[in-house]
Design a protein around this ligand. Sequence first.
Ligand code: SAM
Length: 284
Amino acid sequence: MDATVGAGGHAWGILEASSPLGQLMGLDLDPQALALASQHLAVYGERVKLIQASYTTLLSQLARLGWSQVQGIVLDLGVSSMQLDQPERGFSFQADGPLDMRFSPDQPTTAAELVNRLSEQQLADIIWRYGEEPQSRRFARAIVQARPLYTTLQLAEVIRKAAGGRHQHNHPATRTFQSLRIAVNRELESIEEILPLAIQALAPGGRLAVISFHSLEDRIVKQYFRRENRDCICPPEQPICTCGHRASVREMNRHPISSSESETSDNPRARSARLRVVEKIELA
Ligand SMILES: C[S@@+](CC[C@H](N)C(=O)[O-])C[C@H]1O[C@@H](n2cnc3c(N)ncnc32)[C@H](O)[C@@H]1O
């Protein structure tokens, strides 16, 4: 299962590697991405099933197709390059577009609604929690003073002015845009929801591979894998185990795998990718 199939790059690799009989289910919230994936993967015919749905519904998607378990699941979290490069989707502060940022047009809340309706305190919390932006309060105040804001470049300009040259490396709006995207799509809640469901959907010996792009995502994945890798999760000061927890997975890599230099030079956006893999344990 490719639970974030996007335009089908990973799916293509999985179908090649599992040729001639492997079957793949691809999920994505974004109908435009799925339309591209279906073109790219058309040569694989009936071996591919593409469904527009959130990965949090993976168990019901499996049941719909009558599949009981899968051998592998890949989750490539966050926004795709294709989505970032479409100004009309509103993900990028580098090109003008509406403040949308939804992965799916079926989702109810856009970034414009958050920016224009939330209180200053609520905006500051989002920018701090999901963007880890040290100037979250200053930026929230500037947004509230400047609103209504409808476009990406309007928002980027408000943040740039509020930052007043204090950011060195990245555009000052980078973290604010990330935080709004995470809030609009409830991304961190979805990651927390999918991890146990994905383990449940795996056949024993099957593997779950998760690629994350920033520390907020990676922390959730790392902590969940560490916990599920252990037989006892009682507090360390407790002399006798009372939790009854049993490890459900084996971590395949203690430290996340990063992209190689040659990959980063071909695709600079890959530089912050972190891959973690676990294998489901067959319970005795
Ligand atoms: C980094 S891209 C994946 C790119 C893909 N691996 C490829 O090879 O083209 C992440 C994708 O996950 C999708 N996505 C984000 N949240 C999702 C969710 N809750 N359920 C399903 N898809 C989601 C996005 O729409 C986006 O297409």
